[in-house]
Design a protein around this ligand. Structure first.
Ligand code: ADP
Ligand code: MG
Length: 376
């Protein structure tokens, strides 16, 4: 176990002489034994990053360290890294046992030693009963376990997992996710998992690196990225159902600052803590999670009067959708089960401690950052 550090890492590919900036100035430093998720949409540079760490892809510039060793120029086999990709390339004619022990046998490790190691690893991954079957007889979840066993038998300092669950469906995926977390607790090996599934990242990782177009957006614990997203991209990417984000405009009325939607269907006072950060007569992007909007039954000050567009009762929770503009629907998730019909009047209230205001141009969160630009 060792910490992994990526310093100013870049990868540029060229296609028809046009550069593709797959990874740009990536800086990530893990702690010993940390479980880190690289999260982002398809094509954002996650696999490229993993392949550079493993040594399967040249680095355009930057450095990679494992502990105090700079590994940039080391051959993949000398990096002490375990790698499990999403496609489980096993040797079909060989048994699971032979697949797991392939490298040890190639290095002429004594038979007894191989047996002990395979037993240990297969116990850990619960594949003891599968050691003598052919890979073709394995289910998706079993193949993935064997795949991880093959990576772990090398006793790597760093374990890399590229979308290990993406081929699995529903329940198996859920089960395997729990197993990977359990496994990580057992082996305490610094682990980097690549995923485009925010729930998977939130459930597994100690910290999540959210990447967009090859650029790191935020590196933080699941709670940090959920509660304090650095920008609008992170805010929209983390959380299911996603955060409500829509345009609001500031205006003064009776000496108080209000946010209004474009059609003025929604109007609410700018919370005190934001008053000094927003300017009159400007557009902002306003974000609030569906769980941070309350349905008000009793009369309360500052509630918003509106009407229900769609109501869904999902048993454990209900969801209320309110069309505020042509292509803009505000969603509310409530654990308290209400009953509404389309068109019913409803009073709602935003939890003012949990609203997010973003700069329209940069997407940056503006709290604690004074807007200095002057009015046009
Ligand atoms: P992810 O794993 O996040 O889906 P990748 O790291 O595979 O994304 O790819 C990042 C970007 O680099 C994409 O635009 C992809 O098309 C491009 N890319 C990846 N591999 C190559 C390659 N060998 N040659 C050219 N472009 C590549
Ligand atoms: Mg990928």
């Amino acid at each position: 176990m060792a910490k992994l550090k990526l310093g100013n890492l870049y990868k540029t590919y060229y296609k028809n002489k046009e550069p593709i900036h797959a990874v740009s100035d990536l800086n990530i430093e893990t702690t010993d034994g940390e479980f880190v998720a690289l999260l982002g949409p398809s094509g954002c540079g996650k696999s490229t990053t993993l392949r550079m760490i493993a040594g399967l892809e040249d680095i355009t510039s930057g450095d990679i360290w494992i502990g105090s060793r700079k590994i940039n120029d080391l051959h993949p086999k000398d990096r002490n890294i375990g790698l499990a990709f999403e496609n489980y390339a096993m040797y079909p004619p060989l048994s699971v046992y032979e697949n797991i022990s392939f490298n040890m046998r190639a290095k002429s490790v004594p038979k007894q030693k191989i047996k002990e190691e395979v037993e240990k690893i297969s116990e850990l991954l619960d594949i003891k009963d599968l050691l003598h079957v052919s890979p073709s007889a394995l289910s998706g979840g079993q193949k993935q376990r064997v795949n991880i066993a093959r990576a772990l038998i090398r006793r790597p300092e760093v374990l890399l997992l590229d979308e290990p669950l993406s081929h699995l469906d529903g329940k198996v995926r859920q089960k395997m996710r729990t197993e990977i977390k359990h496994l990580h607790n057992e082996i305490e090996c610094t682990t980097i998992i690549v995923t485009h599934d925010q729930l998977e990242a939130m459930a597994l990782a100690d910290r999540i690196a959210i990447i967009k177009d090859g650029v790191l957006q935020q590196f933080g614990t699941p709670l940090e990225v959920f509660n304090n997203p650095a920008n609008e991209f992170v805010a929209g990417f983390i959380g299911e159902p996603p955060m409500n984000i829509f345009s609001v405009y500031t205006k003064m009325e009776d000496g108080k600052m209000y946010f209004t939607s474009k059609n003025e269907k929604l109007q609410f006072k700018v919370p005190d803590k934001y008053v000094e950060f927003v300017q009159e007569g400007r557009e902002y992007h306003f974000g609030i999670r569906p769980t941070d909007i309350a349905v008000i039954v009793d009369e309360l000050p500052c509630s918003i009067d509106t009407n229900v567009t769609v109501f869904e009762n999902l048993g454990e929770e209900c969801r209320i959708h309110i069309k505020i503009e042509e292509d803009n629907i505000l969603s509310i998730v409530s654990e308290e089960i209400y009953s509404f019909d389309t068109g019913d009047p409803i009073k709602i209230k935003f939890d003012t401690d949990r609203i997010h205001i973003f700069d329209v141009e940069t997407g940056e969160r503006i709290e604690n950052k004074k807007v200095t630009a002057t009015l046009p």
